[in-house]
Design a protein around this ligand. Structure first.
Ligand code: NAP
Length: 340
């Protein structure tokens, strides 16, 4: 079907992947532009956030308590949009909003399904609100400060350290006075983690002896491990934990694309031997911390203590391939799609 200026272009979930998704698991649909009713407004979406949790919603392997998508559903995802038409006095034309309104070029809202609006006098780039100053940064902040009970004297270990959440977490920990070790895939990514994001060291989970590499980088042991991965990486971290250590469990990247049994974790005995606390968290549990976290993240960005990188795909049609790439580590920092 030909595209017209009136089209709302959407990415729908088509089928559950077996392992890593392919472009066949998605369908691009041209839908008529929605029209607004009283109290509503129309957003032209500028950015779409691509995140590993969307793989969980596609089912076929690891699933999420949020519930699987059904064929024909709009893919779930956060957008940053600009109000271009409004019948709601609280959302005037020109307002920028962030909310989980799906993989589409336009969306309707009445404000109730938004995360936040961006202040008109904001001094940081809009796209930062999709990453370091948005739910990504907030995830890192609550994982370290609330779940992880981070202390300035901690030696902190962070996996997926060149990614969006990991790179923010490392810099928040550095700004709090901690020694910070990253874990990333390959020498090039490890160099980015130290040279761009300022971690004290970074070890390569794709090279041999991860347990020994962590020990060499942190002979004093690890007090707080921010886990984005699970599986073998968590096993190596467990072997290096200090007594009373804390492990906020943020995600399980090692499992999302695995069919059948999830990757096993070794060294479980360390949990009682070292009196460790492992606690999973989802940042949406901590809405009462969002404003405080975002204010601190914006301050850190403005003072140069929190730098961020973005990998930006061009156009809604590129969303499925960018998503598949992100799941394999093709991104540095936050994976976004520029929609307008
Ligand atoms: P990201 O880290 O920017 O991108 C994913 C990265 O994962 C890739 O760049 C890749 O980096 C790494 N990776 C992929 N497969 C891996 C594997 N098998 N083992 C180790 N690393 C692997 O993604 P993100 O959005 O920041 O998400 C990071 C984690 O946070 C995910 O687990 C996600 O589910 C979680 N998360 C949780 C919450 C929450 O509320 N709990 C919120 C947001 C995100 P390499 O090249 O280094 O392999």
């Amino acid at each position: 079907m030909s595209e017209t200026i009136e089209d709302n272009i959407q990415v729908l979930f088509k089928s559950a992947p077996e392992g890593l998704p392919t472009e066949d698991n998605f369908e691009i649909k041209r839908a008529p532009m929605p029209s607004i009713g009283e109290g509503q407004f129309l957003l032209r979406n500028l950015y779409l956030s691509l995140d590993p949790y969307q793989r969980m919603l596609m089912g076929g392997g690891w699933t999420y308590s949020g519930g699987d998508l059904k064929p024909g559903d709009l893919m779930v995802g956060r957008i940053l949009g600009e109000v271009i038409e409004s019948k709601n006095p609280d959302y005037l034309v020109g307002t920028y909003c962030v909310g989980r309104l799906g993989w589409q070029t336009h969306a309707i809202s009445d404000g109730s399904n938004l995360d936040f609006t961006i202040p008109r006098d904001s001094k940081i780039p809009l796209s930062a609100y999709m990453g370091a100053a948005g739910s990504t940064g907030v995830t890192a902040w609550v994982g370290l400060k609330v779940t992880g009970q981070m202390k300035p004297s901690d030696t902190v270990l962070i996996s997926a350290a060149a990614g969006a959440v990991g790179s923010a977490a490392g810099q928040i920990a550095k700004a709090s006075g901690c020694k910070v070790i990253g874990i990333a895939g390959g020498p090039a990514k490890c160099k980015i983690v130290t040279d761009v994001f300022g971690f004290d060291a970074c070890v390569d989970y794709k090279a041999s002896d991860l347990t020994g590499q962590i020990k060499a980088a942190a002979p004093e042991g690890i007090d707080l491990y921010f886990d984005n991965v699970g599986g073998d990486v968590l096993s190596a971290a467990l072997a290096n934990m200090n007594k009373g250590g804390r492990i906020p469990l943020c995600g399980v990247l090692a499992a999302y694309n695995v069919e059948g049994e999830a990757p096993k974790v070794a060294n479980m005995g360390k949990i009682f031997d070292k009196s460790l606390r492992i606690e999973g968290f989802v940042q949406t549990q901590y809405k009462d911390h969002w404003d405080e976290a975002r204010a601190e993240l914006i301050d850190l960005i403005q003072s140069g203590k929190l730098t961020y990188r973005e990998t930006i795909a061009d156009g809604i049609d590129a969303a499925p391939s960018a998503f598949i790439g992100m799941l394999q580590g093709a991104n540095v920092g936050k994976q976004l799609v520029q929609l307008a």
